[in-house]
Design a protein around this ligand. Structure first.
Ligand SMILES: C=C(O[C@@H]1C=C(C(=O)O)C=C[C@H]1O)C(=O)O
Length: 284
């Protein structure tokens, strides 16, 4: 065995509640493979997977589109929704008519949703705002901008505040204009990591799918933990998890393909994207 073969597999875990169903029952200590969990915001994990600092991760689906030739998708895992998500939110300080050609602050943590917002503004609303990237803090973002985009738990916590802003849910808008599902995150593995250690990746994959199934069968443990760790009510979290889908079937793939097509039309991506599943996962 070479040294590389025995290095732990580094698994990226998005530090937002939306991925909990896939990770909640995933216990790395039970695996035969040696692993290390790396927590981060989606944008950090996108960069780390690209740089080979981690091997397999939940990442922004847009980041898969940028680097698809180096990655395989772990089949049937995603963070998707048909319509409202509750954690991909544009907070409007100014009327939409003004924000459309005004100034919009984008959270540093996202890749999929910032580009979804660009598609929405250009293609659906016919606007061309100036974008600036900012740390995910609603108050400082809106000091100078007409609107602010937050995702994940930052969006959820901001939505609970008595802020007085009009709020648009990007999942809702995508469904309204396209009728499609949207996929915000996928699980991707580096092709070189699979070549080095196919059995370990297969084991990790099996355990992630098992966790997803257990969570879908009984979300209550996740609901309880979300209340304890993030706040809010059990009813809120039941509704939140119900609105998310962690499968990646034909409907989700069709929605994501349309998003990639629009992103390419607008020059946000410079090539067409093929959704390529890890072929050996069938043996996992
Ligand atoms: C549903 C969500 O999906 C996500 C959105 C992402 C993005 O915009 O890049 C990346 C991963 C997920 O966290 C969310 O953040 O609330």
């Amino acid at each position: 065995m070479t040294k590389l073969d025995s290095a732990p597999i580094r698994i990226g875990r998005i530090d937002y509640t939306n991925v909990w169903p896939v990770f909640h029952h995933f216990d790395p200590t039970r695996l035969r493979a040696e692993t290390e969990l790396v927590y981060g915001m989606p944008a950090d994990l996108n960069r780390k997977l690209r740089a080979g600092e981690i091997d397999v991760a939940a990442i922004s689906s847009f980041a898969y589109g940028l680097n698809s030739e180096d990655y395989w998708l772990l089949p049937d895992l995603s963070v998707s929704a048909l319509g409202q998500v509750q954690s991909l939110l544009l907070f409007l300080k100014s009327p939409l008519e003004q924000a459309r050609d005004g100034r919009i602050a984008l959270t540093t943590t996202s890749a999929t949703t910032v580009n979804l917002l660009k598609i929405v503004m250009r293609k659906f609303y016919g606007g061309s705002p100036v974008y600036e990237t900012a740390e995910p803090c609603l108050d400082s973002m809106l000091e100078k901008a007409d609107a602010a985009l937050l995702i994940g738990d930052h969006a959820i916590k901001a939505s609970w505040r008595d802020h007085g802003y009009r709020v648009l849910d990007l999942g809702d808008i995508w469904r309204l204009w396209t009728g499609r599902w949207m996929t915000f995150a996928v699980w991707a593995v580096r092709k070189d990591a699979v070549r080095r250690n196919p059995e370990a990746i297969a084991e990790i994959y099996r355990e992630l799918v098992a966790s997803k199934r257990r969570s879908a069968a009984d979300p209550e443990p996740l609901v309880g933990e979300a209340v304890r760790r993030v706040g809010g009510t059990p009813e809120y979290w039941r509704g939140y998890f119900r609105g998310l889908c962690h499968d990646f079937g034909p409907d989700q793939r069709a929605g994501l393909s349309l998003y990639f097509q629009y992103a390419r039309e607008l020059g946000l991506l410079d090539k067409a994207v093929t959704l390529a599943d890890w072929p050996d996962s069938v043996h996992a």
